[in-house]
Ligand binder design. Structure first.
Ligand code: URA
Length: 185
């Protein structure tokens, strides 16, 4: 199994109700060799239309932060989401939708074997780090889970709504760059 085969399977997924309203499955985007994996919440309208993660305004901001620390979604990192199909009206994905979708993300993990996972926002942090994780209080901290480092920062859409958090978010990206250098990845 490789990522391309997995994506083909995932594109047919009907494991939850979101399949009825989606235009495209947004499987993920990036290098199959990536050791840094970013995980968002779920596709928005533009992602649903284009089939790629983070292509709207928040994606543009994410690309800027990535560029600042020498990461690029096409060459040396990978971007995925907790749910692969757009929740209507961009509501939070329901627990049963997250649960139904998690096996796809687990397979992405298994194939990529990331050394660092960066959770973008509360939904990803609470699904992947801890149910009561607080991005405001705990952003930027690296947490070792079975040899993989997890860190969370603000979702780029939250930064567009609250630009005051941008400086702290940028510090998280700088810390990420230092961690990447430290691990030699
Ligand atoms: N927000 C997300 O969490 N993921 C996307 O892919 C786009 C916007």
């Amino acid at each position: 199994m490789d990522l391309i085969t997995l994506e083909k399977e995932c594109s047919q997924c009907r494991r939850c109700g979101l399949c009825q309203t989606r235009t495209n499955v947004v499987f993920g985007q990036g290098s199959a060799q990536a050791k840094v994996l970013f995980v968002g919440e779920g596709p928005g309208q533009q992602e649903d239309e284009q089939g790629q993660p983070f292509v709207g305004r928040s994606g543009h901001l994410l690309d800027k932060y990535l560029f600042a620390i020498d990461l690029d979604r096409n060459t040396n990192c990978y971007i995925g989401n907790i749910v692969k199909c757009r929740p209507p009206q961009n509501r939070d994905p329901l627990p049963e939708e997250r649960q139904a979708c998690m096996p796809w993300l687990r397979e992405q993990f298994r194939l990529l074997r990331p050394k660092i996972v960066v959770c973008l926002g509360r939904v990803a942090a609470q699904a992947l780090i801890r149910e009561d994780f607080s991005v405001t209080k705990e952003h930027g901290q690296f947490i070792d889970k079975n040899g993989t480092l997890f860190m969370a920062t603000w979702h780029p859409a939250a930064l567009l709504r609250n630009p005051a958090a941008k400086a702290d978010a940028f510090s998280d990206f700088v810390a990420l760059r230092e961690k990447i250098a430290e691990l030699g990845i």
